[in-house]
Design a protein around this ligand. Structure first.
Ligand code: B12
Length: 475
């Protein structure tokens, strides 16, 4: 049997370490035909990689590239150089086996990453269908030119338009993450990731999700999702399950069906999710979410200004965000809010509108992240707008993270000042540059949770410590 090593090159541990779900899915798909191993670089950061390769002697090495930069203009962390230095170069020096790249970050910047790394092949988008096909064609020395989403060192081009290979997501075999990687280091602050669908049908002007996952929602069978959670819960015990979908409650009815299946299992699990679409929230959904085990959610409306919601093409209204906020309050569901300032047309009025929303609709115990400036990604409406407005040239690469958009109706420094003032007056509001709490703060939060046996989400404890330290002048 030929061997393939899949390498997770993501070493980011903020806001918390995330397990390489995509690689585990690929490993699960490949294991019938190949001997597969995952090297998880999150905690080891490449230290044991060379010795693993010398021991395993793979025939292929696949690198997953997830993060390119942290999308926070003020602090800009750029990951590719570290990925090259810690993971890719050391292996290129000791072996000549084909190197294949993939992952969400790679899918946004395939040409740039092929150039930077000198890799042999790359696959954009989901890998389950194309990777096995690519491997067998390489083995059989067959032509690759009709393989969609594949880029090679020779062609440096992706053939045709990007396609998604699954018609539905039912054939997305769920992996047992902890069978592929050591899950122990994730147990402290990490989460067990679950994907319930692929695709995003929304048109938010700055967003890469449709580019990475396709524009059509392709949903998994809700009872399979509940089985996955039940089985992982049995294996791991106390762990938080996090849904990693673009938005959890889309298309309408899917989230409700998942919650019902989990409730039927009669298991006591902790659930959380990223993006909620305000339009598809309802008392019924929140009731089901609470009953199935949700202990926190992320709300990502980006803005609460009617004008900005339109300009960002969010697909929902201010009234719908207010409805969602009302439900969050009614069901007392701890929430992290994410707001994005500086999009096209942002001015002091629209800023104030969103600030009023924070003051009137958000629980002061909930966290609000305020981000300034929008990262410009290739292939997005924002990219085209930036070209039209003469901010970048048509076709210009925006790989280096200096490409941010800020409305011409508000100076960037002025916007940063407004955010700073807002966060000074509101202890629950943080500028996006503050997403990583210090080790001392995490330690204090853990200590507090242990001594008070408190069950609240970590972000609330961190906020508690932050407020206390601020009062004591420690911050
Ligand atoms: C969920 C999510 C989060 C959650 C993670 C929760 C969790 N439990 O995992 C949270 C909110 C915590 C988060 C945080 C961050 N995120 Co995030 N996140 C996502 C999101 C929406 C989905 C990721 C995911 O799990 N997908 C599902 C899995 C199954 O897919 P996958 O891993 O991509 O794998 C598939 C393919 O990529 C491919 N593939 C993967 N590896 C390989 C390897 C090979 C060889 C091949 C052939 C194929 C292949 O096949 C897999 C199966 O089909 C993506 C956007 C997106 N739609 O992809 C952004 C995304 C990955 N995040 C991004 C960023 C920037 C971040 C942060 C740095 C933000 C910040 N400043 O804090 C942090 C970093 C966190 C960390 N520790 O790494 C960016 C990365 C690109 C970039 N701009 O750099 C993305 C793409 C969003 C964006 N802005 O464009 N994120």
């Amino acid at each position: 049997m030929k061997k393939i090593l899949l390498v997770n090159t993501n070493t980011e541990k903020a806001p918390y370490p995330v397990p390489p779900l995509g690689l585990c899915m690929l490993a699960t798909r490949l294991e019938d035909q190949y001997q597969v191993k995952i090297y998880d670089g999150v905690f080891d950061e490449g230290r044991k990689l060379v010795s693993e390769v010398l021991q395993f002697q793979p025939d292929f090495i696949g690198f997953s590239i997830r993060n390119i930069d942290d999308t926070v203009e003020e602090r800009t962390v750029f990951y590719p150089d570290g990925i090259l230095e810690k993971f890719i170069r050391p292996l290129q020096q000791i072996t000549g086996v084909p190197v294949i790249l993939g992952g969400s970050g790679f899918s946004i910047f395939p040409e740039e990453l092929m150039n930077l790394t000198g890799a042999d092949y790359g696959i954009t988008g989901e890998g389950e269908e194309i990777l096995p096909e690519l491997l067998s064609r390489i083995i059989l020395k067959q032509d690759l030119s009709d393989l969609p989403n594949v880029i090679t060192a020779e062609t440096m081009k992706i053939k045709g338009s990007r396609q998604q290979s699954f018609r539905t997501a039912d054939d997305m075999r769920f992996p047992e993450i902890d069978r592929w990687i050591d899950f122990n280091p994730y147990m402290a602050r990490g989460v067990y990731s679950v994907q319930t669908k692929r695709g995003c049908a929304h048109g938010c002007i700055y967003c890469t999700y449709p580019l990475i996952e396709g524009r059509k929602f392709r949903i998994r069978n809700p009872s399979d999702i509940a089985d996955e959670i039940e089985q992982a819960h049995k294996r791991l015990g106390y762990v938080t399950f996090e849904f990693v979908d673009s938005t959890f409650n889309d298309p309408r009815g899917h989230a409700e069906a998942i919650c019902r299946e989990i409730i039927k299992k009669n298991i006591s699990v902790r659930l959380r999710t990223m993006g909620m679409n305000p339009r598809h929230t309802s008392a019924e959904l929140f009731d089901l979410m609470i009953r199935s085990g949700f202990t926190q959610i992320d709300a990502t409306p980006d803005s609460a200004s009617a004008r900005m919601l339109k300009n960002l093409d969010k697909g929902f209204t201010r009234a719908e965000i207010e409805k969602m906020a009302g439900l969050i309050a009614k069901f007392n569901l701890p929430t992290m809010w994410f707001l994005l300032f500086g999009g096209p047309g942002e001015d002091t009025d629209t800023f104030q509108e969103t600030l009023d929303f924070i003051d009137n609709f958000i629980n002061p115990e909930d966290l609000v992240y305020m981000n300034s400036g929008l990262r410009i990604y290739p292939g997005t409406p924002l990219y085209h707008l930036a070209v039209k407005e003469g901010r970048i040239n048509a076709g210009q690469s925006v790989f280096q993270p200096s490409a941010y958009y800020c409305s011409d109706r508000i100076a960037k420094t002025g916007l940063d000042g407004l955010i700073r003032d807002a966060t000074l007056l509101r202890p629950n509001c943080l500028s996006a540059g503050d997403t990583a709490p210090s080790t001392a703060m995490i330690a204090a939060a853990n200590e507090f949770r242990k001594s008070s046996n408190i069950q609240e989400p970590m972000f609330r404890t961190l906020l508690r410590i932050r407020k206390q330290w601020k009062m004591e002048g420690k911050l």
